[in-house]
Ligand binder design. Structure first.
Ligand code: APR
Length: 237
């Protein structure tokens, strides 16, 4: 790594676990309690919009009103962005706002944001921190029942992919933190970076992910310990 080299960091639910938010595929994770087909697909929303809105209303309320704060891993990534001389881009699959709250600015929410909603017809996302009713009216086009969480569901295209692939092509270091590597396209980023052959790739996770063997280096442990130590190491070079 040279001074102005750029870094891309992919984060998943594991980075927010120690902040009090559930992961998806761990033993006690969200998908052990509710079927993703019911609450995280366009079909599920068509079948039962009330169930889907209730699922995201509960998660939104927990994020806004619960005792949920950025942990040492989020804070360390914000520090890296402030102090690293080159570009640091955080690409998160998480829909929580813990990276922003920690101070990260160069951030892409590729799976959307829990604290935004959008109209399924006129599409403009806007900030939202309350419960969303099934029959709420879009303030722009005044349709009733078209508002939905600004969240990418299975079968939908993740957001800002051009910007992400551009950053992956330029980076000298790719770091994957707290993601199980089950969901594409994010799970394929390590292969994209490996194919260009120049960048170092490292996984920081509680346990080896699906794609662990594709990384040049892996470190296992809780994000709140591994990430601050790794950032310290990078900055003290
Ligand atoms: N520190 C580091 N890693 C952790 C920690 C921790 N404290 N706790 C759990 N993990 C790891 C788990 O071992 C697991 O590998 O985080 C990973 C979480 O994996 P998933 O639950 O599958 O979450 P994620 O990879 O972010 O899911 C991707 O799937 O359902 C969709 O849209 C949802 O964005 C999500 C996507």
């Amino acid at each position: 790594m040279a001074g102005k080299d750029s870094i891309v960091i992919l984060t998943g639910a594991g980075i927010s676990k120690e902040s009090g938010l559930d992961t998806f595929r761990d033993k006690d994770g969200i998908w052990s309690k509710v079927r993703l087909e019911d609450v995280a697909t366009p079909d599920g929303f068509r079948r039962d919009p009330a169930r889907v809105q209730a699922f995201y209303n509960t998660r939104r309320r927990n994020l806004v009103e619960g005792d949920i704060r950025p942990n040492a891993a989020h804070l360390a990534l914000a520090r890296l962005e402030r102090e690293w001389p080159g570009e640091v881009l955080v690409v998160t699959q998480n829909i929580d706002d813990l990276h922003e709250r920690a101070g990260t600015e160069n951030l892409i929410h590729m799976h959307g944001e829990l604290l935004k909603i959008r109209c399924g017809k006129c599409a403009r996302p806007f900030a939202w921190s309350e419960d969303l009713a099934v029959d709420a009216k879009c303030p722009d086009c005044h349709r009733t029942g078209s508002l939905r969480p600004h969240v990418v569901w299975f079968g939908e295209m993740p957001l800002h992919m051009d910007r992400i692939f551009d950053a992956l092509a330029r980076c000298a270091l790719f770091v994957s933190i707290g993601t199980s590597g089950h969901v594409y396209p994010a799970a394929g980023f390590v292969q994209t970076v490996a194919n260009q052959g120049r960048a170092h790739t490292i996984e920081l996770n509680l346990e080896p992910s699906e794609g662990a063997s594709l990384f040049r280096e892996t470190r296992m442990g809780p994000a709140s310990q591994l990430v601050p130590a790794f950032v310290e190491e990078l900055l003290s070079r």
